[in-house]
Design a protein around this ligand. Sequence first.
Ligand code: AMP
Ligand code: ZN
Ligand code: FE
Ligand code: FE
Length: 281
Amino acid sequence: MIDLHTHTNCSDGTDSPAQLVNKAINEGFSLIALTDHDTTSGWEPAKVALRANLSLALGAEISCLTTDGISVHMLGLLFDGAHTEMQIMLENTRDGRIPRALKIIELLNAGGFKISMDDVESVKPEGATLGRPHIADALVKNGVVSSRDEAFAELLHNNSPYYVSHLAPTPEDAISMIRKAGGVAVIAHPFASLRGNVLSVADFMPLKKAGLNGIEVNHRDHNNDERIALAKIADELDLVITGASDYHGTGKLNSLGENLTSQAQWERLESEADQRRVITA
Ligand code: AMP
Ligand code: ZN
Ligand code: FE
Ligand code: FE
């Protein structure tokens, strides 16, 4: 079983990297990819915890914004974690999340919802990439809503009056950087329309030209028609098809392995990295 998209408490998941690795071993996975938002800080603790037959593809889910302001998530896998420019890009995005959270908090306060940056800091694990799920957790703590899910449904979704985007690279820039750092780029949940505006079919060709390797087709935020449409695009552009859970621990309903990537698709994806970077125990 191969699951190419997971989060830990290094971003907005709730398991530590070691807990995630142990869970994957206990549940019989052959390979998981670690893809925290805009950070590689979980790589080392995940490697340390690795044992048995599990393999690790280290990566990150890079937040991107198109020039039209559409939010896109790009999975970078198997890149060199010591690549300086890549680390600077990730750091800039993490830094941009702080003023963005402050703006969201200001809008929420103006709307009559009680929350402060201190509240958010108190629920966020130290060092984790700051995201809306932490704002959600602070709203739960303050009794404004009862769950992360309710916070997103009522206040934090992309079309909300309280939504603010943050500084982020374009999808093309993120793809180029991932490839320059030796890795492979897979666009995450591209047709997840519940999250807001999404790319159109014509937008995939420029991404392919920028070096895109694959499309995350099988994801819980895609219905059957969306999966069929994406598989067709992947076929036409000769891109790898992946499936993944986007596991966030108890932070989201997604269960590890609820969507999977086939061994054949994985082998092709892995062969497109500049060297063998899969970690084994
Ligand atoms: P951000 O990166 O700060 O824009 O926040 C986006 C993150 O919020 C993504 O990782 C999503 O997985 C997460 N998210 C979106 N909707 C929900 C939800 N209903 N419950 C929990 N997390 C969510
Ligand atoms: Zn997340
Ligand atoms: Fe995502
Ligand atoms: Fe994700």
